[in-house]
Design a protein around this ligand. Structure first.
Ligand SMILES: [Fe+2]
Ligand SMILES: [Fe+2]
Length: 271
């Protein structure tokens, strides 16, 4: 299975660029599954249902979230009606929405996508390792599902590395989101799971993690609440990675980063 994962989409420039490139990438890279993190897609804070639907129309299969899941409060009442939008699985029981989604491809292959949130330097949530284990206990990679993609939305690289190792051999891809900064540690772990600590963001990198520089910097300089943060609106970089798995095992055969447009050095998968 050929899988594309894109990191946190930030604001209008990030979202419009993703919508523009996904149809082309889907065709040129012969993608079977496209997963994006959309927690900052609505003006930098949260995800609205109409924006999610535009992403689906562009060829996205699943949108994951994170700590900004409920910034758009309208989504709280709508998420249960759209199973392709998932929020971290380790929110407390009773939270609207689901922490995982099953995608059935046109040829019948199945992919399970899971979203969890780290606990280091973040809101106190349930144990993300146990949350993933509970979901994975119901599926077997290479048997009941051909691919498992886990988005670990977390601040601490240590927690993300740990998640990668815990799931090594049991997931196709474990990828971090939330820092909005792509890491250069993409690799296939010894057990066959593709891993990258952070996918980076799809947005304007002439910013502070996607937000306008001046207001974001002022908060650090003055330590006082200031002007509301607004997404930077310059040219966006699309950042993520592509993985090709073996359907018989669900494990990764090849993995490469993908960056296009904007300020970051471009790179495209060559398989
Ligand atoms: Fe984010
Ligand atoms: Fe986040």
């Amino acid at each position: 299975m050929r899988i594309l994962f894109l990191g946190d989409i930030v604001g209008r420039t990030g979202r419009e660029t993703v919508m523009e490139v996904v149809p082309t990438l889907r065709r040129d890279l012969r993608l079977d599954l496209v997963v994006v993190n959309g927690e900052n897609a609505s003006h930098g804070f949260g995800l609205s249902l109409p924006i999610a639907r535009e992403l689906f129309a562009a060829g996205v299969d699943v949108v994951t979230l994170g700590n900004h899941a409920w910034d758009r409060k309208d989504l709280i009442g709508q998420i249960d009606a759209e199973p392709r939008i998932i929020r971290p699985a380790n929110y407390p029981p009773g939270t609207p929405g689901q922490g995982s989604a099953m995608v059935e491809l046109v040829d019948g292959r199945r992919a399970l996508v899971i979203n969890v949130m780290g606990r280091q330097f973040m809101e106190a949530l349930d144990d993300p390792f146990r949350a993933v284990a509970d979901i994975m206990a119901r599926h077997r990679l290479g048997v009941t599902v051909q691919a498992v993609v886990v988005d670990i939305h977390a601040e601490a690289s240590s927690e993300k590395w740990a998640m990668g190792h815990v799931l090594d051999g049991r997931a196709s891809l474990v990828v971090g989101t939330h820092t909005h900064t792509p890491t250069a540690d993409h690799r296939i772990l010894p057990g066959g799971t593709a891993y990258q600590t952070d996918a980076g963001m799809c947005g304007d990198y002439d910013s502070v993690i996607g937000m306008g520089k001046e207001a974001a910097i002022a908060r650090f300089l003055r330590r006082m609440p200031g002007e509301r943060l607004q997404p930077a609106e310059g040219v966006a970089t699309v950042a993520g990675m592509m993985v090709e798995t073996d359907d018989a095992t669900g494990l990764a055969r090849r993995m490469a980063p993908l960056r296009m447009g904007g300020l970051l050095a471009p790179t495209m998968p060559d398989f």
